[in-house]
Design a protein around this ligand. Structure first.
Ligand SMILES: [Zn+2]
Length: 354
């Protein structure tokens, strides 16, 4: 007896008819739990495809808000969504696309104290982030919990993807050891053509689909490199390294502490953007914080499900999430980075201390 309702059989009929999926495959898809980390350029199309396919449980992880500069490539979001947390908007849109699946929006930062909880209980993790430091943490959490991990990245006109089966194949740090975010190009500076994102996202979804329907993924020990200018797909063989700091000693995976709480984000909408991330778990009472802000400056507060936004002083707009993450938009020319860091940190501490 099939576990699929008549509605489900009809909804998914165009994929059930495929010999690679069938009714059995569709039931496996329905029972699967997939976590997408990063709901941006890659995460948006990955989330839309997985929701459409009928993945039974989708966990969406992102601590960012929607910006005007996201909209040329992140088609899950609309102009009216600017300023709201990405996971909140994504959860709404994906529920409209497919009301029969569970969607779990998590507006949390990737930190040593969150990362194991983020991957826990999932069948596969899809890495759609743009920070190598955050990717390292997720890769290690997946190794520790023995959860398959599907990597994807894209910038300018090229993209890459590969899959890690913990303790079986090369992990992220076997392939890209010792990198730092400050050494790598970011979308805001280098740019990205939207079409490369759809291609890489499609490859990631195909790998996820193989994993959840009990087939062997194809990008194991195999780095796929895609370049739009020649429309080439090259496969680069990679190997697990015994001396890898992440997976070399698979019984003792170390999740390093995230110490850096202040981060300069990609400039957007003509302003500077800064993230403040707590270095230990935080749960803010947003109603209480709103009262405090009203007493301070009587300003208008925009509330949404996971965050509040307000102008704290002229030219500085803060979005504060209940997880303690603060996204600061500074709308004047920044001459002294250290001065702005000190100002924002002082404001943040004043608002979030008890
Ligand atoms: Zn490794």
């Amino acid at each position: 007896m099939s576990q699929l309702s008549d509605d489900e059989i009809q909804r998914y009929s165009r994929q059930i008819v495929l010999p690679e999926i069938g009714v059995e495959g569709q039931e496996l898809i329905k029972r699967s739990k997939v976590c997408i980390v990063g709901i941006g350029g890659l995460g948006s199309p990955v989330a839309q495809q997985l929701a459409g396919l009928g993945v039974g449980h989708l966990r969406l992880v992102d601590r960012d808000i929607v910006s005007l500069t996201d909209l040329h490539r992140q088609h899950l979001f609309s102009t009216k969504d600017i300023g709201r947390t990405k996971v909140e908007v994504a959860a709404e849109k994906l529920s409209e696309l497919n009301p029969s699946i569970n969607i779990e929006p998590l507006p949390v930062p990737i930190a040593h104290y969150t990362v194991e909880g983020i991957v826990d209980g999932m069948d596969v993790i899809v890495d759609c982030m743009d920070s190598i430091n955050a990717r390292y943490l997720v890769n290690r959490a997946c190794l520790k919990k023995r959860i398959p991990y599907v990597y994807g990245a894209a910038i300018q006109t090229y993209g890459t993807a590969f899959t890690v089966l913990p303790n079986q194949s090369a992990c992220l740090e076997c392939i890209y050891p010792g990198l730092n975010d400050t050494d790598l190009p970011r979308c805001a500076v280098a740019g990205v053509e939207p079409s490369i994102l759809s291609i890489v996202a499609g490859v990631q979804v195909s790998e996820v689909l193989r994993i959840i329907t009990k087939k062997r993924p194809l990008l194991i020990n195999d780095l796929l490199f895609i370049e739009l200018s020649s429309l080439s797909f090259d496969h680069i063989k990679v190997k697990r390294r015994n001396e890898c700091e992440a997976c070399g000693d698979i019984q003792n995976i170390i999740i390093p502490r995230t110490e850096n709480s202040f981060e300069v984000g990609c400039a957007r909408d003509g302003s500077g953007v800064y993230f403040i991330t707590p270095t230990s778990p935080k749960k803010l009472d947003l109603a209480r914080l709103s009262k405090k802000i009203k007493q301070m400056n009587n300003g208008r507060i925009t509330k949404s499900r996971f965050s509040i936004a307000f102008n704290v002083e002229k030219g500085i707009r803060l979005n504060i999430l209940e997880t303690g993450v603060c996204i600061a938009q500074v709308e004047f020319p920044i001459l002294d980075q250290r001065a702005i860091q000190s100002r924002l940190t002082t404001l943040y501490n004043a608002l979030t201390s008890n």
